[in-house]
Design a protein around this ligand. Structure first.
Ligand code: NVA
Length: 367
C-alpha cells in the first residue's frame, strides 16, 4: 500500500484519497440544547432517542460500502473510520449526555487544510468524543507522512452558558427563526470558540465559514488565528431557519463556479470577493424529493451536497435527477451514487466523506 500523503486545499481538485464514514452503531442522541434547536419542529425525530434500527444501519452501510468501492474503482484510495461504542454516555466535568452520535459524517469533524487535519471543537455534547472514531487513521497518517500535521481545536466546555435558552422551546416557528437568523441570533452563544468542520469551505488561500448554530464568531476568530496564512471570511445565509453546515447551501464546483441554495442566497453585501474575481454563483436545481427520508436531521437540500472528484466530474445522489441534469448543463460529468437511505445518518455525499489528498497546491483565487 502506498504511504499516505495528506494534502488538500480546496473542494474540487482531483481527489486521490478520502475517508468515507460508517453507519455502525449510530444513535439518535437524547435531547440537548444545540441538537434540539436544530431538529426541525415538524420532524419525526423529536422526543425519541436510542440506537438506530439495525436494518437501517445495515442498509446505510451497504450504500456507503458501494460508494467506497466505486471510488476505489476510479483510483481513489478510501479509508474507513473505526467505530467506538456510541451507546456509551459522554461525560465530562461540565456535562453528561446518555449516548453519542456515530462515525458519520466525517466532514463535520475533520477539516483538511493542506497537510493538516484539524479536529473541530464540535458544538453538540453528543459529538464531543466523535474524533475518537478517526484516531486510528490519524495515527496511521502521522506514522506514514512526515509532514502531516494532526491538530485538535481546544475542546469546549459546552455548559449551558454555550446556548441561548430562547431557542429551547418546542415551537418557535419558522417566522421567528428567520427573524433571529437575519439578526444573527443563533442557538450558540459567544461563551467560547465553537465550530463544526462542515461549516468551512476551502478555496485555496481563502476559507469561507458559515456563522450559525454550529459555528460561532469566536470559532471563526479561532480559525483565523490558527491559519494565519489564510484569509478567513464569515458568511451568513439568512433564508435558513436552521443554519448548520454550509454544504447543502453553498457548493463550489470548480474555480469560478458555485451552486447556491435558492432559498438561502448569499446576501449581496457578502458577494464582493466572488464578483470582483469573476466567480459565478448560480441557483442550485430543486431537490427531487418533497421531504427528507425518515429519522433524518437534514433538509431535502442534500440534493446539492455533492462530492466533486475533479473540476469536470461530480458525484450526485442517484435520485436527485434535477441536480444531475443541472450538472450536465454546467459541463460536469455526473457519477450517480445511491445514498438516500444513508441520509439519516448525517448527510449526503459531501458530508459522508473527508478529504485526505487532492492534487494541487494552495492557489489564490481571489487576488
Ligand atoms: N443545514 C443543512 C445540513 C446539510 C449538510 C441542511 O440543509 O439540512
Amino acid at each position: 500500500m502506498q504511504k499516505t500523503v495528506v494534502n488538500s486545499w480546496n473542494e474540487w481538485d482531483p481527489l486521490k484519497h478520502v475517508i468515507v464514514g460508517r453507519a455502525d452503531d449510530c444513535h439518535i442522541p437524547p435531547e440537548e440544547p444545540a441538537l434540539d434547536a436544530k431538529v426541525p419542529e415538524d420532524s419525526d425525530m423529536r422526543g425519541q432517542w436510542g440506537r438506530r434500527p439495525q436494518e437501517t444501519i445495515d442498509r446505510a452501510n451497504e450504500l456507503l460500502d458501494n460508494f467506497a468501492s466505486m471510488l476505489e474503482k476510479r483510483g481513489v484510495r478510501v479509508d474507513r473510520p473505526t467505530s467506538i461504542d456510541h451507546s456509551l454516555p459522554a461525560t465530562t466535568p461540565d456535562f453528561h449526555t446518555e449516548s453519542q452520535f456515530g462515525c458519520m459524517p466525517p466532514r463535520d469533524v475533520l477539516l483538511t487544510v493542506g497537510s493538516e487535519m484539524l479536529e473541530a471543537t464540535m458544538s453538540y455534547r453528543c459529538r464531543w468524543f466523535e474524533y475518537l472514531n478517526y484516531r486510528p487513521l490519524m495515527q496511521q497518517y502521522f506514522d506514514e507522512d512526515p509532514n502531516f500535521r494532526h491538530e485538535s481545536a481546544p475542546k469546549p466546555r459546552l455548559t449551558d452558558a454555550d446556548y441561548h435558552p430562547d431557542y429551547l422551546s418546542e415551537k418557535i416557528g419558522d417566522a421567528k427563526r428567520l427573524e433571529w437568523a437575519a439578526k444573527k441570533f443563533f442557538v450558540t452563544t459567544e461563551e467560547e470558540p465553537l465550530f463544526d468542520a462542515a461549516d468551512v469551505l476551502r478555496f485555496g488561500r481563502d476559507l469561507v465559514v458559515q456563522h450559525g448554530f454550529t459555528t460561532n464568531l469566536k470559532g471563526i476568530e479561532w480559525l483565523r488565528r490558527h491559519f494565519p496564512d489564510h484569509r478567513v471570511h464569515t458568511v451568513n445565509f439568512p433564508g435558513d431557519p436552521y443554519p448548520i453546515h454550509i454544504d447543502a447551501t453553498f457548493t463550489p464546483l470548480r474555480p469560478g463556479l458555485i451552486l447556491n441554495n435558492p432559498q438561502r442566497r448569499l446576501p449581496e453585501d457578502q458577494r464582493g470577493m466572488f464578483e470582483a474575481n469573476g466567480w459565478e454563483i448560480v441557483d442550485a436545481a430543486q431537490p427531487a424529493h418533497n421531504t427528507p427520508p425518515p429519522l433524518c436531521y437534514s433538509s431535502t437540500w442534500l440534493s446539492m451536497n455533492v462530492l466533486v472528484l475533479d473540476p469536470k466530474t461530480v458525484c450526485v445522489e442517484k435520485s436527485e435527477v434535477y441536480q444531475a441534469e443541472q450538472m450536465d448543463k454546467l459541463g460536469m460529468e455526473v457519477v450517480e451514487v445511491e445514498l438516500r437511505d444513508a441520509y439519516a445518518f448525517g448527510g449526503g455525499l459531501h458530508c459522508c466523506t473527508a478529504d485526505v489528498y487532492r492534487e494541487g497546491g494552495c492557489e489564490d483565487y481571489f487576488p
